[in-house]
Write a protein that binds this ligand. Structure first.
Ligand code: ADP
Length: 255
């Protein structure tokens, strides 16, 4: 039996008095494609941000490839060893955000090469060669020298995907990556994600309101409500025959 690449064990996270995640556990196997669905505010994005180490957990454990993601310093402050550990762990994971977050003052190519050059010390030439391959994969190599402001939302998002891939992560996180796009630009981004899902063995976690895409993309769908996974299963089970009342109500509203 293979080991999970992500093992989340009883994590809790509150913002002030509001408990966003409530003793949540989840195991993800290498190469698995997961879709996280559920009402707004149910904690889906928070999980991705925690995995990306953009938020810390209050309690529980997360192991990535068997290794603890967070060393929990006793006094609550990060020490240098923790920072080094986090930097190394972060390289296993890439994330694409709803609002692209490209560096506005850098051209497309520099956006994609920055992380490998800074965090891995990859020489410029090698980083640019790899970046051009990635831009080619997302259909953006012709725009390598363009600035983000010159691109459409769909083009920005494809560059953001190439940038997240530049560190060759084993795990990719996609947070509502099409929800800020004009409808006619959604498909070009979904096509890139379809290609990634079918041509690579990366583990992928996707938060989405695109139920049709979630159905086609995912091996497993997780339905979230109020910081818990209420129901999970294969796409056909969840979308055609949800067992929980809350899942049924949500899907009736959204589809
Ligand atoms: P979802 O992705 O399912 O819509 P989120 O994980 O984004 O849910 O958010 C869960 C809840 O936590 C929301 O009510 C949100 O307002 C709140 N929240 C998220 N991030 C923060 C933050 N940094 N500070 C305070 N509240 C937050």
């Amino acid at each position: 039996m293979a080991e999970p690449i992500i093992a989340i064990d009883g994590i809790t996270k509150s913002f002030g008095a509001f408990k966003v995640l409530d003793k949540l556990s989840l195991q993800v196997m290498p190469g698995e494609k997961l879709a996280l669905i559920g009402p707004s505010g149910s904690g889906k994005t928070t999980i991705l941000r925690i995995l990306m180490t953009l938020e810390r957990i209050d309690s529980g454990h997360i192991r990535i490839e068997g290794e603890e993601l967070y060393h929990m310093p006793k006094n609550g402050s990060l020490v240098a060893a923790d920072e080094r550990h986090l930097t190394r762990m972060r390289q296993k994971i890439g994330m694409v955000f709803q609002l692209f977050n490209l560096f506005p003052h850098m051209c497309v190519l520099d956006n994609v090469t920055l992380a490998p050059r800074l965090t891995k010390g990859t020489p410029r030439e090698a980083a640019e060669k790899r970046a051009m391959d990635l831009l080619d994969m997302v259909g953006m190599s012709a725009k390598a020298k363009a600035m983000p402001a010159q691109l459409s939302g769909g083009q920005k998002q494809r560059v953001a995907i190439a940038r997240a891939l530049a560190l060759s992560p084993k795990i990719m996180l996609f947070d509502e990556v099409t929800s800020a796009l004009d409808p006619e630009l959604v498909e070009e981004v979904l096509n890139v994600m379809r290609k990634l899902a079918s041509e690579t063995d990366m583990t992928m976690l996707l938060v989405t309101h695109e139920m049709g895409f979630a159905h086609d993309f995912a091996d497993r769908v997780l339905f979230f409500d109020r910081g818990r996974i209420v129901e999970e299963g294969k796409p056909d089970e969840i979308f055609r025959n949800p067992k929980q009342e809350r899942t049924q109500t949500f899907l009736r509203k959204i589809i």
